[in-house]
Design a protein around this ligand. Structure first.
Ligand SMILES: NC(=O)c1ccc[n+]([C@@H]2O[C@H](COP(=O)([O-])OP(=O)(O)OC[C@H]3O[C@@H](n4cnc5c(N)ncnc54)[C@H](OP(=O)(O)O)[C@@H]3O)[C@@H](O)[C@H]2O)c1
Length: 321
């Protein structure tokens, strides 16, 4: 099959588009004929070998998200009758989705709505699994709260804005440009803050909340914004849920303010097998949509990574084999 793999960890010049063997599936996996796959920031970390991500094999195929048609099912999946050849599915694969075929554990895959394109479907799984776990499960978002979503134009940010609106909240969000904030408003965000213009964005957050701060912050940038996020939390109810460290993982924490202001810091990763069922209900109701910025042919994965690293996009970049 055709795939785009990396020959070694490094720059975008490490991508090779070529033939590799089709993956073999385990009893609880399905083989998907990939029609579209989403590009995640994690793929960039995997390509670079940064943020502690190590390469798994000499011809390592990146990619987690997939949308496509079921090609084959493992013996256990066949026994459950949950999927059959030809089903249109989306999900978080077992890795290696930058390819014509990829495997995925059956509990991380769902039937996609008839009306949805493969490109939109591929923009959903990882970012919604991450944002849902953080906001709904870990930080327990509550109707009517003020929620601050960091980096409106990031994949996880576009998911988080929609989840917080779905939960009946007022959404404040940050971005590096007014153009991204305009798109965030079209997605449902109530208040946009340009954090290049306002590096001390906590002042804007306090202004928009009558000096109180927000109840919930969905944070995934890390080091460069932690202090300003911490200052944006509301006394008593403020929860900062952290789900990524794109800009770095070290920070200083004023412990005194943690307990005197009774705010909470929460860590969150993703468990698509637990959270995709609830997410897919919101998707079916069209309350949660995949936000596709641009689609690239699979052989141009290097170009997609260059665009991702430029941060000049809103939502998801998608590859099509
Ligand atoms: N397993 C999990 O729990 C899980 C799953 C998915 C994602 N994550 C984490 O969540 C984070 C976001 O992932 P994503 O795929 O949604 O990212 P993404 O789409 O690539 O978006 C990242 C955005 O962050 C902003 N940003 C701020 N400072 C930055 C910096 N120093 N370098 C790069 N970008 C910076 C940029 O927006 P502006 O232009 O507005 O600044 C950028 O567009 C990553 O750290 C990822 O590892 C975790």
């Amino acid at each position: 099959m055709k795939a785009t793999y990396i020959a070694a960890q490094g720059g975008t010049d490490q991508f090779v588009y070529g033939e590799i063997p089709e993956p073999a599936i385990a009893p609880d996996e399905i083989l998907v004929r990939v029609r579209a796959c989403g590009v995640n920031r994690l793929d960039v970390f995997g390509r670079e070998g940064s943020h502690g991500v190590r390469m798994q094999s000499p011809q390592h195929v990146l990619g987690l998200d997939l949308a496509g048609e079921v090609e084959d099912v493992g013996s256990y999946v066949a026994h459950t009758k949950r999927f059959k050849k030809g089903d249109r599915v989306l999900g978080v694969g077992s890795g290696g989705t930058y390819a014509e075929y990829a495997r995925a554990p059956m509990d991380r895959v769902h039937l996609m709505p008839d009306w949805m394109s493969f490109e939109e479907a591929a923009a959903i799984p990882t970012v919604y699994a991450a944002a849902w776990r953080a906001i709904v499960v870990r930080a327990r978002i509550t109707f009517g709260e003020d929620a601050l979503v960091m980096a409106a134009g990031s994949g996880v940010g576009t998911a988080a804005i929609q989840i917080a609106k779905y939960a009946g909240c007022r959404v404040l969000t940050t971005a590096s440009s007014d153009a991204k904030l305009e798109k965030a408003r079209a997605l449902g965000a109530d208040i946009g803050i340009n954090y290049k213009e306002h590096p001390e964005f906590s002042k804007q957050v306090l202004e928009h909340t009558g000096g109180a701060g927000v109840d919930l912050i969905y944070e995934h940038i890390g080091q460069s914004v932690f202090d300003q996020c911490y200052r944006s939390l509301k006394r008593g109810t403020g929860r900062l849920v952290t789900n990524g460290v794109t800009s770095g993982h070290l920070t200083q924490l004023h412990l005194g303010q943690l307990w005197t202001r009774e705010v909470s810091l929460i860590g969150s990763t993703m468990h698509p097998e637990l959270d995709l069922p609830a997410i897919m209900k919101g998707v079916a109701r069209k309350a949660l949509r995949g936000v596709v910025d641009r689609v690239f042919p699979l052989k141009d994965a290097a170009e997609a990574h260059r665009v991702l690293e430029s941060n000049d996009f809103f939502g998801k970049l998608v590859l099509v084999p």
